[in-house]
Design a protein. Structure first.
Lengths: 282, 283
């Protein structure tokens, strides 16, 4: 096709730009890389240290507390199945990645969401950015991450972080904005301080929405962590990727089963936690 | 440590089943592959046949009529980006995949959604299945498709179709459940036939919610098609994968930006159509 295109100068510019970045920003990216993989390793160590039945038991207990005995037994057995299949190390590292990325995303998203809920001007700036982030297919967030951090868990964490921030931020800001007018006026009339207004009136009303955001962020993070197997994050994503590439049917079925089990357990737990919080809030 | 020595692998049991399917139902899978390839090939060649400038012109004019001027200009810019970034063919392959997948998803999801809205028991049966389908990460959809149809565009499109069904089905059900009762009664009272009620009352009233479903279905399909570049589906996803695996960041980023352009194009077009259909701006 003889249409003009800018691919060659573009590629050259990107290459030299990345070279410049990695030469001059080496320190920053190295620190980021070490920091992220350090956190990941610490979380992984905590989960991978005890044998599988201890973890299955703990998750079963949590399930029993928040959902019920039937779910607890099923969850424990299902996790046991992950171990029996022989994918326990992968399951654990997937879990560690999801937990780390979700916690990091929430630490950033919830305060920003509160800010966006309180300051409409900030919300108008953030909203289009979130739209953009959520419109793009998650797969492409791996590109900048891999260009700057190279292969490994830090890249997976960064990409997962980007995907997990928007839902929590959105729903937090929505929740804060939804405080009924009467209650704000009631607070003003009874002369509460700004802090009391926030913690005693706005936050309890926003809680259901925030918890829904946490659940969505968790599920987005899970989907992304599996995709991130491509960039050598380890875990179930990588074993699925390898198995699909080599058409190893048995192994890919096993990995898929483990992923589905983990997804269901996390989703049910997060949903139930959200619901019980709602009960407390009202 | 006897406990860790016990191994149980469901995959070992299921693999022979898949092998058997591949050996004995080979004809069926080949037939499906042929049909899908033929439809895809047709859409793709239709998109690639005119000169890119002509196609961009057609899209801009169509966007002007479906939506409004701003959407039309935006669509032109996005397509021009795909062209000038040297990824025209890959972009068109991606768009063809998404278009075919969305058409089939809608064709499956729409009747099922209407059925679920009418019959409560069907709705109850669908709900847990849809919940599971929407929780499972997209990667998992590719595995059975790859096992039965090996690598290429066919497994990609099948996984995409399945992935695109839940949002459309959900919102179709919602759209038909939310219909105001008085409008339906008005139709019945004025003696309209069930067909007339469906096409003249129900569809127009449900249109905004249906278009939201279509928008979601399109965006999810695009995400899946891009991901399917990993299993040899071609298109922009394959370019990203190539960029990632060869560490050619320029190519990867260009393809990434082209994906963004395609995503924005499809999103704005379907949203533009939506705003036309809902004067009260429901979204």
């Amino acid at each position: 096709m003889n249409t003009p295109d800018f691919s060659e100068p573009f590629d050259a510019a990107i290459d030299s730009g990345l070279e410049w970045l990695s030469e001059n920003g080496e320190f920053v990216f190295d620190t980021l890389n070490t920091g992220l993989s350090g956190i990941y390793k610490a979380v992984l160590w905590c989960i991978a240290f005890p044998p599988y039945y201890v973890i299955a038991l703990i998750i079963g207990l949590i399930g029993w507390r928040v959902i019920g005995s039937r779910f607890a037994i099923l969850a424990g057995l299902a996790l046991g199945l992950c171990a029996l299949i022989g994918l326990w190390p992968e399951t654990v590292s997937t879990l560690a990645l999801v937990i780390t990325a979700t916690v990091l995303a929430l630490v950033v998203a919830i305060p920003l969401g509160v800010l966006a809920g309180l300051a409409p001007a900030f919300d108008r700036v953030v909203d289009p950015c979130l739209d953009l982030v959520q419109t793009m297919p998650p797969y492409i967030y791996l590109l900048p991450a891999i260009a700057l951090l190279g292969y490994g868990p830090a890249t997976a964490l960064l990409a997962t972080f980007i995907v997990a921030v928007p839902p929590a931020l959105r729903l937090t800001s929505l929740g804060i904005r939804m405080t009924p007018r009467e209650f704000i006026e009631l607070g003003d009339a009874s002369g509460v301080t700004g802090w009391q207004m926030f913690f005693k009136i706005r936050l309890p009303f926003a809680m259901p929405s925030i918890m829904a955001g946490v659940n969505q962020s968790l599920m987005m993070a899970f989907g992304m962590v599996v995709i991130a197997g491509i960039v050598g994050s380890g875990g179930l994503g990588e074993s699925i990727y390898g198995a699909v590439r080599t058409l190893d049917i048995a192994k890919s079925i096993n990995a898929a089963i483990a992923i589905v089990i983990l997804t269901m357990i996390l989703d049910r737990l997060a949903q139930a936690a959200a619901r019980s919080r709602v009960g407390e809030g009202q | 440590m006897t406990l860790t020595d016990i191994r149980f692998s469901p995959g070992e049991f299921l693999a022979p089943v898949v092998d058997w399917l591949n050996a004995n139902m080979h004809g069926l899978f080949v037939a499906i592959s042929r049909v899908v390839e033929a439809v895809l090939g047709f859409v793709e060649s239709a998109l690639l046949a005119p000169h890119p400038y002509v196609l961009i012109g057609i899209v801009v004019v169509a966007a002007y009529f479906v939506a409004q001027v701003r959407v039309a200009i935006f669509a032109g810019l996005m397509l021009a980006f795909c062209l000038f970034s040297g990824l025209w063919v890959a972009s068109m392959q991606t768009i063809a995949l998404v278009a075919v997948a969305v058409l089939i998803s809608v064709a499956i999801a729409f009747p099922l959604g209407v059925l679920a809205a009418r019959v409560k028991r069907v709705d109850d049966a669908f709900l847990p299945i849809l919940n599971i389908m929407q929780t499972v990460p997209p990667w998992v959809y590719l595995i059975p498709a790859v096992m039965l149809f090996s690598l290429g565009r066919v497994p990609a499109i099948i996984a995409t179709i399945v992935y695109g069904i839940p949002p459309m089905l959900r919102l179709t059900t919602l759209a038909f459940k939310q219909l105001p009762k008085d409008l339906l009664e008005l139709g019945q009272a004025s003696g309209a036939s069930p067909r007339d009620i469906l096409f003249k009352i129900e569809l127009p009233t449900a249109a905004p919610t249906l278009l939201v479903g279509l928008n979601q279905c399109i965006l999810m399909s695009l995400a899946m098609v891009v991901l399917a570049g990993l299993v040899g589906a071609g298109g922009l996803g394959a370019e990203v994968t190539r960029g990632l695996s060869r560490m050619e960041m320029g190519l990867g980023l260009r393809a990434g930006l082209a994906i963004v352009a395609v995503a924005l194009l499809l999103d704005r077009l379907s949203r533009g159509a939506l705003q036309r259909h809902s004067p009260s701006k429901l979204v």
